[in-house]
Design a protein around this ligand. Structure first.
Ligand SMILES: *Cc1c(COP(=O)(O)O)cnc(C)c1O
Length: 230
């Protein structure tokens, strides 16, 4: 099933890129594997995938230590200060940084293990859930804070569109993320680059690609529906 789903997904990605004049190589596929066992992840690995995302530290950490070293691991879920130390030793990307205090803790933990992690700042573009992502007005302050760090690079922004069937509304929210990125390019220097836009899940990755996503995060369209909703 994974092979077939991936073939279909890659075909769709190629079609959308073709239609909007983008190179499919610009869109990194981060397969979100939450709730799925290591065996399932290894099936996707066998198909050539190397970027996997999880939304819970306690699920991500054992998977990171059990699975092959050449996987790039992406933390895409809500961050808590007390869990950051568990991530620092292995994770490659964190998409969900929403406060300077998380950067501070991350810098401290990464300095101890002498590693650099690439982060994206998550912005609340749906206006729905106050807990996921910073408000657009907070972005410059977070970027200014990040500019002083030695073990963190800020590579772009992440956003989740509202859970709605209104595709125009979703498009508007992705557009907002891109606009915010463009407006904050002035902060680019040293460890700050804003090239990445992580947006789009199984239901809306097509719109995200059209609006400039460089990373999409599908789960269901590769692995099928999850047994329970998390
Ligand atoms: C679960 C999740 C995804 C994948 O969602 P699907 O609808 O299964 O594609 C992507 N991003 C985040 C942050 C998630 O938590």
């Amino acid at each position: 099933m994974i092979r077939k789903n991936l073939a279909m997904l890659n075909e769709t990605i190629a079609e959308i890129c073709e239609k909007c004049g983008r190179d499919a190589g610009e869109v990194r596929l981060v397969a979100v594997t939450k709730t799925h066992p290591e065996k399932t992840i290894m099936e996707a690995y066998a198909e050539g995938l190397r970027d996997f995302g999880e939304n819970k530290v306690q699920e991500l950490v054992p998977k990171m230590s059990a699975l092959p070293d050449d996987i790039e691991w992406h933390m895409v879920g809500t961050i808590q200060t007390n869990k950051i130390k568990d991530l620092a030793g292995r994770v490659n990307w964190i998409h969900s940084i929403s406060k300077a205090k998380y950067l501070k803790e991350l810098e401290k933990r990464l300095a101890r293990v002498d590693r650099v992690v690439r982060v994206l700042i998550q912005v609340n573009i749906s206006g729905e859930d106050q807990k996921s992502g910073c408000e657009p007005e907070q972005l410059s302050e977070i970027l200014q804070y990040a500019a002083g760090l030695k073990h963190v690079t800020v590579d772009g922004l992440m956003g989740m569109a509202a859970l709605t069937a209104d595709r125009d509304q979703i498009r508007e929210q992705f557009r907002m993320l891109r606009r915010l990125r463009d407006e904050h390019r002035e902060y680019e220097a040293g460890n700050i680059r804003l090239d990445e836009l992580s947006m789009g899940m199984s239901g809306d990755y097509d719109i995200a690609i059209e609006e400039g996503a460089t990373m999409i995060r599908p789960g269901t369209s590769i692995f099928g529906s999850r047994d329970y909703n998390v």
